[in-house]
Structure formats: C-alpha cells, structure tokens
Design a protein around this ligand. Sequence first.
Ligand code: CP
Length: 311
Amino acid sequence: MKHLLTTDGLAEDAATAILDTADELKRTLLGREVKKLPTLRGRTVITMFYENSTRTRVSFEIAGKWMSADVVNVSAGGSSVGKGESLRDTALTLAAAGADCVIVRHPASGAAHRLAGWLSEGGTSVVNAGDGTHEHPTQALLDAATLRERLGALKDRRIAIVGDVLHSRVARSNVHLLATLGAEVVLVAPPTLLPVGVGSWPVTVSHDLDAELPALDAVMMLRVQAERMHGGFFPSAREYSIAYGLNEARLGLLPEGAVVLHPGPMLRGMEIGSAVADAPQSAITEQVRNGVHVRMAVLYHLLAGDGGERG
Ligand code: CP
C-alpha cells in the first residue's frame, strides 16, 4: 500500500490486515510504561493540517512517535501557506525536505488525492486525515477496530449512522468500510441532511430513529457540521435534537450489548445526551484510544511493509 486516501475500494484483506496489526500493537503496548517501538526509526512523518483537529492530529503524532519516527507538524497558520503558497508547492517542499509520509487534512474534498498525484513520482506516502465532506479513512478504521473489540466480527451486524450524513466524511468512509467488512448499514437522517447520490450507496435509509434502535448492534452519532452549512439548516437545531438526538430514553431502546459511537468532537445535548456519551454502552473514549493503535498500524503498513520489526 503506497497511500491511504479512501476506504472506497480498500480490499477486505487490506483493511483486516490494518485492524489485525492495530490489535497486535495494542496488545504489545498494554501495560508497558515506555510505549516506544523501534519500527519506524529514521522515517520522517509530516502532519499538514489546514483544518482544526484535536483527535486526528494528536493521535497521528503519538502514533508516529511511539513507532520512533521523526514527526513534524505543519499547520496552515504557522507555515508559508499563510503567505499564499499553494498546496502543491507546500507538498513538494515537504517531500524535498525528506518526508516519507505526509498526513493531510484539508477543507477541500479531493485534496489528499491531488497531493498523492503530485507526490507520485517520489517515495512519499500520503494519508488522508479528512478532506472536506469526502472521506476520513483512518476514522472509519478506528471505528471498525472499536466495533470489533465490542462485537467481534462485523459480518451481518446492523449499524446505524445517524445525523448529518450530507456533510460527513466520517459517514462516507464508514459506509464503504463497514460494507466491505460485511455489516448492514442503515443511514438515519432527515431528508435535508442526506446526499443526493445516497441511492447508489450500499445502505438502507430511514428517517425514524426510534423505529431503528431496537434492531441495532451499534449506533454511530454524527456531529451536525454547522461550519459547512451556510445560512442554517432544516430542521432547526431544536427539531433535529428532538427527532435525531440520542437521549437516555432512546438509549433504553437499544438491545443489550449494543454500542454507541461518536467520532468527536461531540455537541453534548445536540446529537447526543451528556449521560449517553458517558454511559457504559458508549465506546467514545475507546475510539480515541484505538485511534492511536490504528494510526500506528497504518504507518506500519505504509512505511515498514511486511518485513518491518514490530516489537
Ligand atoms: N474525529 C475527528 O476527526 O476529530 P478531530 O477533528 O478532533 O481530529
């Protein structure tokens, strides 16, 4: 694997290999005071974030450092991007400076693919850390890792993705990956927050969360992405929360053992109740923890290959 840009077309064996490596890394590091492994010593990983992030940026940095890579963080604000340098020139500059891997988050859908095209001549790998409303593949992989831990194999598991699907790169990446892993995905959203092409996705669609909850193995709540909506949205925030928010009464409709996920950042009281976010069914903190191991696994598969050392 040279780049990780999307889960659309990511083969089941490639996805499973990343998830299995993440499991193995998690087991290897469990209880260790010093987390560092020598695997990526001498490799240089550059994170390049043109949009805000807490979880993704921090977990990639920790992942790189725990694998002994040299990690350099570039943000739009503190770099020559602020002087007008283009994405292409910035990417070529980072590659020339010695990047083995560039991890990019960008507000434009397709930015990571463009970057991979510009860097295709050299040896630099590109990881999509979220591009516009398009994809966020490592989020989907860490969600799958978390679901596998709680539920076992995902084949035939019924998983709802609820809320602002229209603007969600997390939803797109999860739909592809969960379908590849054999899960049944139901999108639950108001018609105004579903994309036009959803009819061609490998999902069913519902507008009734209460009707779906009793048959689910997991429910993944999405943040309402107000920053990508211009002039508000319909239904209103209050109506949305009443119809699609996961509150304590709705939590009670889920079968025993069902899992609640949220990619973060959460809007407590909007798409998810505060008590629900902290309930035993919630795997939200585990998602963040697994994000480090999954991103270590992605860096391993991109930069170390099957011949690298892991322990
Ligand atoms: N889930 C996610 O991408 O969170 P951040 O925006 O904090 O990275």
